[in-house]
Design a protein around this ligand. Structure first.
Ligand code: SF4
Ligand code: SF4
Length: 295
């Protein structure tokens, strides 16, 4: 079998609401535009916004794609949210010589020490690019640029029409974000032994969501407090006490009910549960809350 005969399999790791499904669909459409065979499909259950989701692509230059099953041994893994590398086995099944592409604020050297393995590693600060070009930290189209740079699976220009069709008047920002990520993606060839990432989040007293019963089963009254929804966020609210007038509007609008009043009367988010939606910052009329990127 030659390289051309190969079907390239891709697994996207994202969070509900980050647009991983759209990324995979745009990639498939662009590949088809080039005369290739391609498919895209997600795998998720009843997850809410912020929960980890998987999306898959298969792309072939010459062979019709008949497989309809999840990708378990990907040639390429794309990670939209850097926090996922600590809670999901993102490199599971990644082929030797494959490509791992991560949205991260870390340098290649730093991330290599956490995700060394026999693959090519590509990094880009897609969140920062998306904020700059789109005004929101939605990184799906930005990561397409990184994917093309790291793999050459399609031509960058082939994404232009699908992006225009999908985003209409908002296409330009997405095309620019895609191009900027293409230019800024850094790549290294690694040859290390596979190491699992070290867990760097603080150790909690409650079990992690992976250890809880699936389906959010209520085994005792109030056990929903065990669900640490805070490890889903990519941004956290930071309060400026000088600007806060203690009106409580943020408390009323927080959809997670995770803002409480402290003994000084300030309304503070409990970051154990805060999902980083930014609604409190949007609604605070004194602009006392600023959303900052999670490290
Ligand atoms: S809405 Fe703004 S000003 Fe009002 S309590 Fe919340 S942070 Fe303070
Ligand atoms: S970002 Fe603000 S509104 Fe959203 S969950 Fe966190 S505290 Fe609540």
């Amino acid at each position: 079998m030659t390289e051309k005969d190969k079907t390239i399999e891709i697994r996207w790791h994202g969070r509900g609401g980050q647009g991983a499904v759209t990324s995979a669909e745009l990639l498939a459409l662009a590949a088809i535009e080039e005369g290739k065979f391609a498919q895209a499909f997600p795998s998720f259950g009843p997850e809410r916004r912020g929960a980890p989701v998987l999306v898959f692509n298969r792309v072939s230059d010459v062979n019709p794609i008949r497989a309809r099953v999840s990708v378990t041994n990907p040639d390429i893994v794309v990670i939209l949210d850097p926090g996922l590398i600590y809670i999901t086995d993102v490199t599971s099944g990644l082929k030797e010589g494959g490509v791992l592409i991560i949205n991260t604020t870390k340098t290649l050297v730093d991330i290599t020490s956490e995700l060394n393995g026999p693959w090519k590693l590509a990094v880009v600060n897609a969140t920062s690019i998306a904020r700059e070009m789109l005004g929101v930290p939605i990184v799906n189209t930005t990561m397409l640029g990184a994917l093309v740079k790291a793999t050459g699976i399609i031509e960058l220009e082939s994404l232009t029409e699908p992006l225009k069709e999908r985003f209409g008047a908002r296409a330009k920002g997405n095309i620019d974000a895609c191009r900027k990520a293409y230019e800024e993606t850094e790549i290294a060839e690694l040859s290390g032994i596979v190491e699992k990432p070290r867990k760097t989040f603080e150790t909690e007293t409650f079990p992690s969501w992976q250890e809880l019963l699936p389906g959010c089963v209520v085994t005792e009254a109030g056990n929903a407090k065990q669900y640490r929804t805070g490890d889903w966020k990519s941004e956290r609210p930071v309060l400026d006490h000088q600007k806060c007038i203690k009106c409580g509007i943020c408390y009323l609008f927080c959809p997670e009910g995770c803002i409480g009043q402290n003994e000084d009367g300030y309304f503070e988010a409990n970051l154990y549960y805060c999902k980083g939606c930014g609604i409190c910052a949007r609604e605070c009329w004194t602009e006392a809350i600023k959303m900052v990127e999670e490290e």
